[in-house]
Structures are given as C-alpha cells and as structure tokens.
Design a protein around this ligand. Structure first.
Ligand code: NAP
Ligand code: GLV
Length: 327
C-alpha cells in the first residue's frame, strides 16, 4: 500500500511531481476549513502543509498513529505544534535556505516603497486626481547612505544586509548570538535592540515567531525609533503589536511602515487599512515563481525522506528521527 499523503493547498507542480506514486490528496486553492482538514488527514502518513494551516495535536490525532511527518512548505513553522509532534514521534520539517534571496528582495521592496510612498503615489495616479509633477509632491526620505537595523541576523537578515551594501547603507543588527563572519563580510555591527531602534533610519524584522519574539516591537519600542524611521516586517505578524503600530503611524510617531505579515492573517488591523503611510502586502515574501517551486520540491523531498525512514534534509525536531520506523 503506498503511503497516504495530504497536501493541504495546491502547490507548484514540481513539488507534486516529486511525490510520485504516493496516494496523494490535494486540498483546494483556498485554505481548507478545520473540519475538512480533520476529515481528510484520517489515516495519513504524511501532511505537506503551508503557513495557513494550524497543524496542532488535534490534526495529528485526527491523522492517527500512521502519521510520521509534517512537511511545512515554509521556513517558519510557528503554525505547527512541534512539541505535540515530538510527543507523537512525528518529524516536522521546513524549507530553509531556498527562499532567502526572494524574501530579502521583498523586504527591500517594502522598505523602498514605504520610504518613497509608492502605495500613495499609485493610488493618486489611479484616482485620476494627479495634476502633474510637483516640487514637494510625495517626497520621502532617501534610502541610500542611511542606517539599516536588522532584527534577527540569520539567513534572510543577512541577505537583506547584502542588498543594503549596494545602497551604501550602514548595517546594525541584533540577534542572540554574534555572527562574526557576517560582521566581517558585511561590515555589520551587533548592538542591543534599544540602540538599534534609536540609531536606525530603517528597521527590518527577520526573527522567527517564538514566545520571546511575540510583540518584540510594541509601543515602547516604536517610541524609541526616529520620527523619520521606517519599519519593515516580513517576519511574522505577531512580532509587532499591530494596534500600537497603527497608533504610531497615525500620530506620525514614525514615518512609515511596510508590512507583508499580520497578527491575524488574512485579517488586517482596520486602523492600518485607513492609513496612507503603510504599504500592505499579502504575505508574498517568498512569492517568486522559482522560489515557490523550490519550496514545494524541498517540502516534498523532506516528506519522502521521512516516509522512507531516511534523514530528511531539514528536520526541525531531529530528536524523533531515531524513532521513525523504516520502510
Ligand atoms: P534564521 O536563519 O533562523 O534567522 C533567524 C534569526 O533570528 C537568527 O539570526 C536568530 O539568531 C534570530 N533570533 C531568534 N530569536 C531571536 C530573539 N529572541 N531575539 C533576537 N534574535 C533572534 O531564519 P530565516 O530563514 O532568516 O527566517 C526568519 C523568519 O522569516 C522565519 O522564521 C519566518 O517566520 C520569516 N519568513 C517570512 C517570509 C514571508 O513570506 N514573509 C518568508 C520567509 C521567512 P539567534 O538564534 O542567534 O538569536
Ligand atoms: C513564509 O512565511 C515562510 O516562513 O517561509
């Protein structure tokens, strides 16, 4: 009997092709309802999930004892209850490394769009109210030559720093451990979060969502930033207190923000929707054709390896690997 595998969303074809002749059920274009997910996973050996599904103990128990692997098609895996998986001997995998450059591009896209007011500018042109070039029309701060503060200096944070060098920017960073090689390569300086917030003209977030990083940026942190500063979040929505950010933007406490992620996706805080000085993207950090295909293939490879009792390329809870049955 081939393994039964549930793919929770339609993923790029290269990923599905890689699953070969497994008995694969692909749920739809849209995120499945909780009921559909619980009903479909029954008896599955593997779940290939995306960030829109909460894969918790309830889903794992609905799958039952056949479940061996949850392969998340994302580098972030805060949507998966890893402790519950580990308790049940289920390996969890993610897709690190293949999306760094694309996500860093998105962070820079938002940084520049927020600084140079691209959203507002586009809305003006489309409204038919644009009356031609104006000496002070839609001016915003320069990006080149400024200071960029990177919060979370891992794979994506460092890819953002490489882009900043091309813009002649000074790079500051925070992370729990020092990255000496990257400091040498990128001329970056490690500082405490408070100093980073005070000194930076642009702050870009690249930490995973964990209990420690939830609301890492709240009212107090926003109050430390320069009034002309721009905040960019391509990490996870709950890293920022959205209500505090909306208030800071409305008061002009910071200049602007560029957001790709939200506290309660796909909901966006209503106060943000009415503001001109925030650029809102719908969680498209890794959304290039090539990268989404690479992510799908890597998720499939992780799933296949785990099902055949081999070490998957990207286990998040490697401690369960010794407990996986061999085929
Ligand atoms: P990574 O390589 O693991 O980097 C994360 C960095 O955050 C590490 O340098 C880590 O260093 C630091 N960090 C962790 N906890 C911290 C804390 N409490 N305070 C300060 N720094 C902390 O991960 P990545 O591949 O760059 O991805 C980062 C995140 O981006 C993902 O987890 C995901 O949530 C998000 N993401 C979003 C999109 C999107 O579509 N918008 C796409 C890809 C990724 P230390 O451990 O030394 O602190
Ligand atoms: C997307 O949000 C990811 O974590 O890959």
């Amino acid at each position: 009997m081939p393994h039964r595998v549930v793919v929770t969303r339609r993923i790029p074809g290269a990923g599905l092709d890689r699953l070969g002749d497994l008995q694969t059920v692909v749920l739809g274009e849209e995120p499945p309802s909780r009921e559909d997910l619980l009903a479909t996973v029954r008896g599955a050996s593997g779940i290939l999930s995306t960030v829109t599904e909460r894969i918790d103990a309830g889903v794992m128990d609905a799958a039952g004892p056949s479940l061996r692997v949850v392969a998340n098609m994302a580098v972030g895996y805060d949507n998966v209850d890893v402790a519950a998986a580990t308790d049940r001997g289920v390996v969890v995998t993610n897709t690190p490394g293949v999306l760094d450059e694309t996500t860093a591009d998105t962070a820079f896209l938002l940084l520049m769009a927020a600084a140079r007011r691209l959203g507002e500018a586009e809305r003006l042109v489309r409204s038919g109210r644009w009356r031609g070039w104006g000496p002070e029309q839609l001016t915003g701060p320069d990006v080149w030559g400024k200071t960029l503060g990177i919060v979370g200096f891992g794979r994506i944070g460092q890819a953002v720093a490489r882009r900043a060098l091309g813009f002649g920017m000074r790079v500051l960073y925070t992370s729990r451990s020092r990255r000496e090689e990257a400091e040498r390569e990128l001329g970056a300086r490690r500082v405490e979060l408070e100093e980073l917030l005070r000194e930076s003209d642009f702050v870009s977030l690249h930490v995973p969502l964990t209990p420690e990083t939830r609301h890492l940026i709240g009212e107090r942190e926003l109050s430390l930033m320069k009034p002309a500063a721009v905040l960019v979040n391509t990490a996870r929505g709950p890293v920022v207190d959205e209500a505090a950010l909306a208030a800071a933007l409305a008061r002009g406490r910071i200049f602007a923000a560029g957001l790709d992620v939200y506290e309660r996706e796909p909901e966006v805080h209503p106060a943000l929707l009415g503001l001109e000085n925030v650029v809102l993207a719908p969680h498209i950090g890794s959304a290039s054709i090539e990268t989404r295909s690479r992510m799908a293939v890597l998720a499939a490879e992780n799933l296949l390896a785990a099902l055949s009792g081999q070490r998957p390329p990207n286990p998040v809870n490697p401690e369960v690997l010794g407990r996986l049955p061999l085929d």
